[in-house]
Design a protein around this ligand. Structure first.
Ligand SMILES: [Zn+2]
Length: 326
């Protein structure tokens, strides 16, 4: 049996589901569950191996209830989606993820530390369960189904509450020795710069993530109700918004230049909430990257096509890969 992944698009052309088409003599039934655990919400879907999204769940992450409540919510989401024909559950999560051990080492936004999430979910649903970092899962999904199709060397940078990256080289995800690969958000862009929640100073995430820009804008006296999207929209009429945004783009350009020189990706895909700013984001980032590279052409920089779906599909793909159903 061969499983072929076919991207599926809605009326606007946006890819909404990675359809898994089974060819050959095998059965066409079966499903896989993908779960994306973030600081705000837990999103999940059951995807048919024969194609299509069969069911979705979306629940608020009960961070205020502590780690037990968060883990219980993940288990509840997994249970609600599995059916007798489900072959496994792929989970991806924010935070520092030990993929091999299936453990969330540290996830500040989720309040989790050293939680064996894969084992807990496996025992609850009685099925194979994989755990992957959310940005790496999204990177795999964009590679197979989205903006990164055709690129075997892909850098996906998620600009959300925090900032992290998924790295794919030679068609394979790069978790690193500890599973901390891709944490470019904590690469220094300003030595002795502003402090980062991680304990370091001058991290890229402080300046270029959606969360970081909102914090910097507020602390400089900007409207406390402004979101990162509001800041992006106000750059031409609000000098403070203009400065915070420009400094963010400059920092992102610097961070991307280092990553490009290290990895030589064929394509850089930007993902996460900040990409709602569209060309206000991509144009200055392209300029900042190109302006700092003297002897080589920058790789193309584009925006994710899977959007908020990438994590769920990537998590499901990781589970499928683990079962050999490539
Ligand atoms: Zn940091």
């Amino acid at each position: 049996m061969e499983v072929v992944i076919v991207p599926s698009a809605d009326d606007s052309g946006r890819v909404v589901a990675g359809l898994l088409t089974v060819t050959g003599s095998g059965t066409s039934t079966g499903s896989v569950v993908g779960l994306d655990v973030g600081g705000t919400g837990i999103k999940g879907a059951r995807l048919g191996l024969a194609g299509g999204v069969q069911e979705r769940v979306a629940i608020a992450t009960p961070v205020a209830g502590g780690p037990t409540a968060v883990v219980r919510a993940v288990v509840q989401a997994a249970r609600s989606l599995t059916r007798p024909d489900t072959i496994g559950v792929g989970v991806c999560s924010a935070g520092l993820i030990d993929t091999g051990a299936g453990v969330v080492r540290r996830a500040g936004n989720l309040g989790l530390r050293d939680v064996p999430l894969a084992r807990v979910v496996r025992e609850a649903v009685g099925l194979p369960v994989t755990l992957e970092h959310d940005a790496r899962a999204a990177c795999l999904a964009e590679h197979r189904l989205g903006a990164g199709r055709g690129s075997e060397d892909l850098l996906l940078v998620v600009l959300g509450t925090g900032l992290s990256a998924g790295v794919l080289t030679g068609g394979r995800l790069v978790p690193g020795s500890l599973g901390f690969g891709g944490e470019i958000g904590h690469a220094p862009v300003h030595p002795d710069g502003e402090s980062c929640p991680c304990g370091q100073r001058g991290c890229l995430e402080v300046y270029a993530s959606a969360g970081g820009m909102v914090r910097r804008y507020r602390s400089a006296g900007g409207d406390p109700a402004h979101s990162a999207a509001d800041i992006a929209r106000a750059v031409d009429r609000d000098p403070l918004a203009g400065r915070i945004w420009a400094e963010g783009m400059e920092a992102l350009g610097l961070g991307l230049r280092s990553a490009i020189l290290l990895l030589d990706p064929g394509l850089v895909v930007l993902a996460g909430g900040l990409t709602g700013a569209g060309e206000r984001l991509v144009a200055p980032v392209r300029t900042a990257v190109a302006g700092g590279l003297a002897w080589r052409e920058p790789p193309p920089i584009s925006i994710s096509t899977l959007g908020a779906e990438a994590g769920v599909h990537g998590a499901a793909l990781v589970l499928l890969d683990s079962t050999g159903r490539r």
